[in-house]
Write a protein that binds this ligand. Structure first.
Ligand SMILES: NC(=O)c1ccc[n+]([C@@H]2O[C@H](COP(=O)([O-])OP(=O)(O)OC[C@H]3O[C@@H](n4cnc5c(N)ncnc54)[C@H](O)[C@@H]3O)[C@@H](O)[C@H]2O)c1
Length: 324
């Protein structure tokens, strides 16, 4: 049975991913410092193939021991998002750069570890020059500390000289949405649905700016696909994760919400400049790894609305659902 180390296991993506890895009969070691609590792990704790270690990946000795006996590492732990990194820049550098470099080097020096999968972001593209789609060959233009640290670490692992049997791969996720055991309501689709449902009103800044979106279950599927694909297809490679048909302007998200909640009042607050504005081409992951999404934004909005209508999430405005 293959042993997979997942950092950030208790997070929005990590908690879904650990579930799916266990469904596929992997042995999973989850590590997380539980910055947002550990409830997301409750359904996993009794699983014999799951081991949880509450730890901070900045602890160097611990990390060196963690990688022993591990076949692959999926590195999700980070200070996530532009506002969170801007608020605590030193901590962001320590985790998203220093601790990540150390984790990668420990993996590289451990002959049992064969794959290192890094959670990068489409935020690396920053602002597109014109209306054309950006792809993996486009110039990166990170406009925040969060994105700069992602770009730096991505360059570090993709330019590394490694053992022949060790492959780093970077996955640039679209902005994620959908239900997860560790819910986040600071992500645009989730946040818009919550606000429309509870306030009957949406205030949208910069309605004309483009961004791609991807369901959290499809993100987990893409990670597992890169774990299971032929080594030569993913080795020192980078893939955008999402689907080209899932690029939206914010006003298009509002139109989707109006189909579900027609009474919602939409207020547009026009903004000429936004540092992030990009339409992303996702054909590479489709043509090389055969990846296809299974859900779209409309599905995500529906499932969040369903959860809110049924009071499944009782305090959606709680701080624990925000990364800042
Ligand atoms: N959610 C998105 O839209 C999105 C988009 C692109 C990329 N990503 C990337 O995916 C990854 C996961 O994001 P998420 O949305 O699940 O965020 P999240 O904040 O829900 O999960 C991150 C997890 O990492 C843990 N963590 C943070 N610092 C740690 C440390 N020093 N030691 C141990 N654990 C630590 C946190 O406790 C948290 O559980 C991140 O690397 C993020 O940059 C997310």
């Amino acid at each position: 049975m293959k042993k997979i180390l997942v950092t950030g296991a208790a997070g929005y993506i990590g908690s879904i991913l650990c579930n799916r890895l266990l469904d596929k009969r992997y042995e999973v070691i989850g590590v997380d410092n539980l910055s947002f609590g550990g409830e997301a792990l409750l359904s996993l704790i009794n699983n014999n193939n799951f081991k949880f270690i509450k730890a901070d990946i900045r602890e160097k000795n611990l990390v060196n021991n963690l990688v022993k006996g591990v076949d692959s590492i999926i590195h999700l732990a980070a200070i996530v998002g532009d506002p969170a990194c801007a608020k605590e820049p030193d901590k962001a550098k320590e985790i998203n750069w220093d601790a990540s470099v150390n984790l990668f080097n420990c993996a590289l020096n451990n002959s049992e570890t064969k794959r290192f999968i890094f959670a990068s972001t489409c935020s690396n593209y920053g602002k597109m020059k014109d209306e054309t789609f950006v792809n993996e060959n486009s110039t990166l233009n990170p406009v925040s500390l969060y994105a700069r640290l992602k770009v730096d670490f991505e360059n570090y692992i993709l330019n590394s000289n490694t053992r022949e049997d060790f492959s780093p791969v970077s996955l640039r996720f679209a902005t994620v949405y959908g239900l997860s055991p560790r819910m986040r309501f600071d992500l645009t689709v989730n946040e818009f649905m919550r606000d429309a449902f509870f306030n009957g009103e949406l205030v949208i800044y910069g309605e004309q700016f483009w961004r791609p979106y991807c369901h959290v279950e499809d993100i987990a599927r893409a990670i597992i696909l890169s774990l299971e694909s032929d080594q030569k297809l993913i080795d020192h490679n980078v893939f955008n994760v999402g689907d080209t048909s899932e690029n939206y302007q914010k006003k298009m998200l509002a139109e989707e919400i109006l189909k579900l909640l027609p009474e919602t009042k939409i207020k547009f607050v026009h903004k000429e400049e936004d540092p992030r504005d990009y339409k992303v081409d996702f054909s590479k992951i489709n043509s090389i790894l055969g990846y296809k999404i299974t859900k779209n934004v409309r599905d995500g909005l529906r499932e969040i609305l369903e959860a809110l209508r049924n009071n499944v999430i009782t305090e959606p405005y709680s701080k624990k659902y925000q990364n800042i």
